[in-house]
Write a protein that binds this ligand. Structure first.
Ligand code: GTP
Ligand code: MG
Length: 337
């Protein structure tokens, strides 16, 4: 069941923009939240410096890419020289150290694509993921942060979409739905494709930033001051954009053929990526290309059942924004499939 074609947004959609903006404001992490985060990083650095005096701690994910909310976890990357020890052995040792230093629920998750140690900081109540030498995550964190500074509507849109996804139960990769990171990439791609464009494609411009990770060059234009009014010609409100985002993913995206690529700033095809058949566990039913690890499909976790659930949620969201009398309440009604 795929209804296609373009429909117009309701004429009074902009009247919902103020409510959406105050929701966005309420999601922003508080000053108290940020200072607790800093304390957690400091105590973590102290714990680690005894064992790895030359280690560097990088924050990545939403505590550093500016897409964080007061519900976000803290993602930390430990950059260290690795000798003969394997990453898994180091993570095990890291888990022992943190356990000894009174962090709670310390657990080494070594089977994941990116192995981590997960723990709970009793001081702040924050959950914290620590990975080793995952500098791709550090690079894409900076890329997202730079995009967020070009046009304020990206942060608004992505925060609201993330909030919606959490409440509607479609932000759980271990259950076959999408990560927060995937949703942010979907929002960037969407704003790159508006007419007039709201975001440029930074990786298609002359590079001013270069970071080499495992022989891959992560490069893009990061002199974003030059782009501060890039999206000014487009006057769409957050309400209109939110509706158009859900409408796109519900009715316009061609799940059989399309791959979204913020690297290219356009839709590319599954064919050219060779993502047409299932390889191992990667089904490629919904394709979201990682900007730097370009063989990595953020939608690989989605299966035949969860893709239906996700598309139905997009349809519901578009429909609520189109017809509901109180869309800002109905849209976020908690649901667990
Ligand atoms: P919240 O914690 O929900 O606020 O969002 P987040 O932005 O921290 O996203 P998430 O915890 O899903 O991911 C953290 C970071 O891991 C991302 O920002 C990326 O830098 C990195 N990452 C790279 N590849 C992946 C991937 O396949 N899945 C996820 N989840 N993260 C990835
Ligand atoms: Mg996170």
């Amino acid at each position: 069941k795929m209804r296609r074609g373009w429909i117009e947004c309701r004429h009074d959609i902009d009247s919902f923009a103020p409510d959406l903006l105050s929701l966005y404001e309420s999601l922003k992490p508080s000053e108290e939240h940020k200072s607790k985060q800093t304390q957690l990083i400091d105590s973590l650095a102290k714990s680690l410096s005894k064992e790895w005096p030359n280690a560097r701690l990088h924050l990545y994910g939403s505590c550093a890419n500016s897409f964080g909310t007061s519900h976000s976890d803290v993602d930390v990357c430990l950059e260290i020289e690795i000798g003969t020890e394997s990453t898994v052995e180091i993570l095990q040792r890291l888990a022992d150290i943190l356990h000894g230093d009174n962090f709670d629920d310390v657990e080494a998750i070594t089977s994941a694509r990116v192995p981590i140690v997960r723990m709970l900081d009793p001081g702040s109540g924050f959950s914290c993921d620590i990975c080793i030498n995952n500098l791709f995550a550090v690079a894409n964190t900076k890329l997202l942060k730079d995009y967020a500074q070009i046009d304020g509507r990206l942060l608004q849109l992505a925060s609201i979409v993330k909030h919606w996804a959490k409440l509607r139960g479609v932000n759980e990769t271990y259950r076959g739905t999408l990560s927060s990171y995937a949703y942010v990439l979907m929002c960037i791609s969407f704003l790159q494709l508006r007419e007039p464009k709201i975001l440029p494609c930074l990786q298609a411009m002359d590079p001013t930033y270069i970071m080499v990770v495992d022989d891959t060059k992560c490069t893009y234009f990061d002199d974003i001051h030059q782009l501060h009014d890039f999206g000014a010609e487009n006057k769409e409100s957050i309400a209109e954009l939110l509706w158009a985002f859900f409408h796109y993913w519900a009715f316009q995206h061609d799940y059989r053929k399309d791959v979204i690529s913020i690297r290219m700033g356009k839709i590319i095809s599954k064919k050219e990526k060779d993502w047409t058949t299932r390889v191992g566990n990667d089904r490629h039913l919904m394709c979201i290309e990682d900007p730097f690890e370009i063989s990595h499909d953020l939608g690989r976790v989605v299966d035949r059942q969860t893709i239906r659930i996700i598309i139905e949620e997009f349809e519901r969201a578009a429909d609520v924004l189109q017809h509901d009398n109180d869309p800002c309440v109905t849209l976020f009604k908690p649901y667990n499939y």
